[in-house]
Structure formats: C-alpha cells, structure tokens
Design a protein around this ligand. Structure first.
Ligand code: GAP
Length: 509
C-alpha cells in the first residue's frame, strides 16, 4: 500500500462526524435532545483526554522539581470569588433580541453603517465569523439594492455591538429577524453558575461552581508553602473541571459550559525578572504542544494589547491554534503581578507571604500563569491529525482512507493486536498472550474480525500508531517475530516482542 495524496480539507463536519461515529465525543443527554454547551467523552475520547492530562501532569509536575500538584474543590467559599473579582466582573456583554428571543454576545455581534455617497442610509449586522467583513459588505449591497438607493456604496467599517453608540442600538438589525428595533442595549451578564450549599435556599447559602481552577491554587498557597518545603520560584498546578455559563457556546467542544482546565500558578520573587520568566513559560508551553503532536505551523502567538489588559496584568500572550473555524486561543500565558495573593490577603485577613531567607523579609510573590483547556487541546489534536487520503492496495486499486495522525503519546489505543486468522488456535493463542502482556502497561486493542486490510483501516481511523499481526511466520519460523504495520507510512516490518516493547518505551512517555 502507498499513500497517494493527503487531503487537507479538514472541516468541522468531518471531525464531529468521526468523533460521534467512533465514540470520541457525544452530545450530553443526547436521548433527551442534548443540552447546549455540554458534552460526553466516549470510550476513545476519554482515553485520549486522559492521555492529554497525563502527559501534561507528568511533564509539568512529576518531571519538574519546581512544580507541585494539588486538587482543590470545585465549590469554594463564596468570598473567594469576591476577592478574585469574579462576582463583580466575570461578565460578558449580552444583547437580547426581543422578537426572536435569541441572545448574543455583544462583542460577537458585528454591524456596519451602510454609507452611500458619504451619507449613512441604514445599518446591517452579522455574527462574528472568518468572513465578517465580506458578510457585512454583501448585506450592505443587498440593502442598497432592495431600497433602490442610487449612488456609490462605501466599503463597510465593521464594529462590534459594544462599540455602538446608544443612538445606534435601535437602528441595528437583529441577525435573527433582519429588522432593526428589537435588539436591547448590551448589559453585563455574569457567567458563574450559582448553586446553594446546605438545605436553605437563601442569599446566605449562595455558592458558585468555579469558573477557573486557578483560585484553588491561590487559596492553598499558604498551605503548600507551610507543608511543601517549596522555595521561590515554584509552581502549583492543577487539572480540573471549570464551569462558565457561556452566552454562546460554540464550535463543538471549543467553547462549552463545562470544561476542563490545566492551570499552573508560578510564584516568583517580586524582584525577579518577570518578563524573562513569562517568555520561558511561553516557550515551554509551545514546545509541549509540539511534543504531543501539534504541528508548529498551526501555532501562532497573540499578544494582548496593553490597553485591553486587566489593570493588574502586566502581559498576556495567547498561543493560538489554526482550527478549521479560524485561528483561536488555545493557551493563555499571563503575568498577573501579585494581584491574586494580595486580594486574598485582604479579604481573608491571612498573610499570603513567603519568607525570604536572604533578606529576612516576608514578600508577596508575583505570578506567571499558563492556563489551558483540555478540551481545546483535544479538539486541536483531532483537527491536526485528521486526514482523508487516496491509497493503493496491493492490487493497485485506489481507495479512500481516513486516518488520525495522532502522536503515540496521546493516541487512545497504542497497539492493535491482530491474529491473521481467528480460527487457527496457534495464531490466536500467541496473539492473546502478547495482547495480555501489552495490556499491563498500555491501552491496546484485540481485533480478529474481518480482512486484515479492513482491520488496519479501522485502527487508522481512531489513530492507533501501530498494528501487530500474528501470522504464520510468527508460529512457524524461528525468532517469534510479528508484522508491525506503521499507521502513517503504512510500511510493514518484522520485529520481536522485546523490540516492540522497546519501541513503545521510546515513543509513549
Ligand atoms: N485562570 C485564567 C483563566 O481561566 P481563561 O483564558 O479564561 O483564563 C484559560 O481560560 C483557558 O481555558 C483558555 O485558554 C481555554 O483553553 C480554556 N477555556 C476557557 N473557557 C473555555 C470554554 N468555555 N470552553 C472550553 N475551554 C475554555
């Protein structure tokens, strides 16, 4: 077999369809019609997700001497969220359409004045997309034609709804109805999910599902310092669920309402070179993404504009990924100053300090925070790995194969063990023995159903890097060798058990 051409036409429909078909990701509560912004991970998806988490935890926590891990509770004291600023400020601007009852994030609802011969004759709107400007220009042309307006149409100048002047609100058409007059003015919508702790449902029992894992690390800073024998600079890392009542969850698992974060708060001395530390973490995060198989060509950096940063933030740079729906934030790396610890010190009354032996002074450390979503990485891994290609079989016939080129580090199944025939006891016995030995250390799959080519194809589609076929040479010839078939090159070679384990040891870490 040989690969003729790679098909770069990855689109979200193909990814969503594969994810469902092969048991990676399902809509949550699907039999009840689903719940917008919530997802379930199926047998392969949960393995893939676990591998991403494990790689991050091993590299970030176990393989570093300066980072320790914690697991903090999802529901914390409500004062935590007052101190962090989330109660007052964790909001998105919301716009309602009074007619259609649709809700929009104001910063994702774009509009433009229709200007003919220098005069504004109306407004058009469009939801944010890769081609917002083209959509608005087309809408402006249609508007002019429908209203039979003569003159020269100026190129549109898109703005988002948060930039609209109050006198423009009523003039901008709703994307749902196409008519002006139904959009409300933007208002701040707090994205934290509320619940109640204990049997009373009153204002005193209000608590929140955490919208980020980070506050768990800040609130436990003192506990870790007092018990962990840590010295500045050091980090506290955590993986866990976060919840945000997003106004417009979208792009599959990219923006959901329940998701998983991997965050690390790196505490540094106030006099340390924070910029260098920030740069170092940026480089670390990028290299880590490449180590789990994301191509460097799909990654880019976006530096947040100074004037848009929170007042306490010194610098934020996002690592962006080129998803099929556009280049979007994957990993945010923020220099957060001493804001969080100082806020908790003030709200709790408990000093959040570290004793500097050199100067014999207590200091409140500053923080560099790399924060990333597991689900966003998983989606990036699927999008980068997906390919459809024409391949030739042994007889020269061209057929399509769908392949997920996943790194062996994250692939949900590392090896598929395939006896050539299922009714030959010697083949099955050897295959089962190998399968059980591999199973002790790796996620492996045993498949004895159908032609060998079809079995390879099934594994290609779920990203299994290697298939091992137990054939007649295995049982009849000396050396106890198997056929190893490599997913990406589709090349085959013979190797024995020790060589197979050595290969796995090298590639799966
Ligand atoms: N503690 C800082 C913090 O939470 P963030 O930029 O709001 O920063 C960090 O979130 C990362 O979490 C994002 O870069 C993204 O990967 C992920 N994330 C945020 N909101 C998400 C959502 N609604 N769905 C999936 N992932 C999300």
């Amino acid at each position: 077999m040989s690969a003729e051409s790679a098909n770069p036409a990855v689109n979200m429909d193909a990814i969503v369809s594969l994810a469902k078909r092969r048991g990676f990701i399902f809509q949550s509560s699907e039999i009840y019609g689903g719940l917008n912004g919530f997802f379930d991970y199926g047998p392969l998806g949960s393995e893939l997700k676990k591998n991403i988490r494990d790689c991050w935890w091993n590299d970030m926590v176990r393989r570093r001497d300066d980072v320790v891990g914690v697991e903090t509770s999802i529901i914390m004291h409500p004062k935590v969220w007052e101190a962090s600023g989330h109660v007052a400020g964790f909001t998105d601007p919301l716009v309602d359409c009074k007619v259609s009852k649709q809700r929009y994030r104001a910063d994702q609802l774009f509009f433009a004045a229709v200007v003919v011969d220098g005069k504004t004759v109306g407004y058009v709107s469009a939801l944010e997309s890769e081609k917002t400007t083209e959509d608005l220009q087309a809408a402006a042309e249609t508007f002019k034609r429908k209203k039979a307006i003569q003159g020269t149409l100026a190129p549109v100048a898109p703005r988002d709804f948060t930039e609209a002047k109050p006198e423009e609100w009523a003039l901008i058409p709703s994307p749902a109805t196409g008519e002006p007059g139904s959009l409300t003015e933007p208002r701040a919508f707090n994205m934290m999910f509320e619940t109640h702790v204990g049997p009373m449902r009153d204002s005193a029992s209000v608590a929140y599902l955490r919208p980020e894992t980070a506050q768990g690390m800040f609130v436990d800073f003192k506990n870790v310092v007092d018990t962990g024998r840590v010295k500045l600079p050091f980090g506290i890392a955590q993986i866990g669920k976060s919840f945000r009542n997003e106004i417009t969850p979208r792009n599959f698992i990219f923006r959901s309402r329940e998701f998983e974060q991997m965050e690390m708060e790196y505490f540094i001395h106030p006099d340390a070179d924070w910029f260098k530390c920030h740069e170092d973490w940026l480089a670390w995060c990028k290299a880590w993404l490449i180590s789990i198989g994301l191509p460097e060509s799909h990654l880019s950096l976006y530096e947040h504009k100074k004037e848009k940063l929170a007042f306490y933030s010194r610098r934020t740079v996002d690592i962006m990924f080129n998803y099929p729906f556009g280049v979007q934030e994957l990993w945010g790396i923020a220099a957060r100053s001493d804001y969080d610890l100082k806020q908790h010190q003030q709200f709790s009354g408990v000093p959040q300090t570290w004793f500097d032996e050199a100067t014999k002074q207590k200091v409140v450390p500053h923080v560099i925070e790399p924060a990333v979503g597991v689900d966003r990485i998983l989606l990036a891994v699927l999008c980068a790995g997906y390919a459809e290609e024409d391949v030739k079989d042994e007889k020269g016939n061209v057929e399509k194969r769908t392949v997920l080129r996943l790194s062996p580090r994250v692939a949900p199944v590392k090896v598929a063990v395939l006896p050539l025939l299922k009714n030959k006891e010697a083949l099955v016995g050897r295959a089962k023995a190998l399968y059980q030995k591999l199973q002790r250390r790796y996620a492996v799959f045993y498949d004895d159903g159908g032609a060998i080519g079809r079995r390879y194809r099934r594994q290609d589609e779920i990203g299994t890097p290697w298939c091992v076929t137990i054939d007649f040479d295995t049982i009849e010839k000396p050396g106890d060798t198997f056929t190893l078939r490599e997913r990406d090159s589709m090349q085959q070679r013979r190797l024995n058990e020790a060589e197979l384990f050595a290969l796995l040891e090298e590639k799966v870490y």
